[in-house]
Design a protein around this ligand. Sequence first.
Ligand code: NAD
Length: 294
Amino acid sequence: MNIAFIGLGNMGGPMAHNLLKAGHALRVFDLNPGAMQALAAAGAQAVVSPRAAVEGAECVFTMLPAAAHVRSVLTSEEGVLAGIGPDVPLVDCSTVDPASALACAELAGRQGNPFADAPVSGGTGGAAAGSLTFMVGATPALFERIGPLLTCMGKNIVHCGDVGMGQVAKICNNLVLGVSMAAVAEAMSLGTALGIDATILAGIINTSSGRCWSSDTYNPYPGIVEGAPAGRGYSGGFGVDLMLKDLGLATCAAKSAHQPAFMGAQAEQLYQALSQRGDGRLDFSAIIKLYRPS
Ligand code: NAD
């Protein structure tokens, strides 16, 4: 298929590579010329604008930092909606708030283009390996239509409901992740301050009722999980500022639903404090630094 892919960063770059590998023809755009060069070297056609990218496209993917970027890529003069063909589906894989996904769907729908929100989990490793989980908000017909393309980039393709529901699933999952990482950091710091060996404590948690991904796969205490960011100064991985963004999306969405988000709001403040210290680019498991200043 002819595909337009806009936003070739840490996630979009490898995702676009996987579409190329599966034999699709790609026209790509990113504000960063370096990101486009890497794709062009692999056989994609680099173009000068989102509008040029969607020329002749049968499906359009966007993978951008936040809602404002998505809106601008869709609606600017040289944007997607200025050049997209009739009935061509638009799939936004960025993590944004559910209301913004609905607003984009409304804009696209006005000119007859079906829209799906399809945020992902699995991180940069999953993007490179083509093993992402896609949380898709779309009509059943559109879900069927884009499924084969998503399978080139992910292993777990889940239809979460109508437009916006992919984002609902994503921000709720990341709320749990942000809170559970802070809880594990707090417990590991408390336990070791009270004198227990960190490995013994992690082993107990990981075989007891406190067990969770933040503890057994991604433990924030150095030396517990081989390959986790804690073992390399919290470099790489999923950034504090991205977690902060996602918790902000969750607490904002909670406000609009008149729903309390006690833990999400507390966790948001913790990551905010970490970001303010200048640690926004570190992996989010660096939250333990708030408990173990060094
Ligand atoms: P990134 O910052 O690495 O990439 C974003 C890319 O978008 C950059 O290359 C940037 O130049 C480009 N861009 C920004 N504005 C643009 C515009 N107007 N036109 C064209 N290109 C533009 O971010 P990322 O890590 O790839 O994340 C993308 C999205 O995926 C975010 O919403 C993020 O929350 C989500 N996400 C990230 C991860 C992760 O581990 N990094 C995991 C799951 C979901």
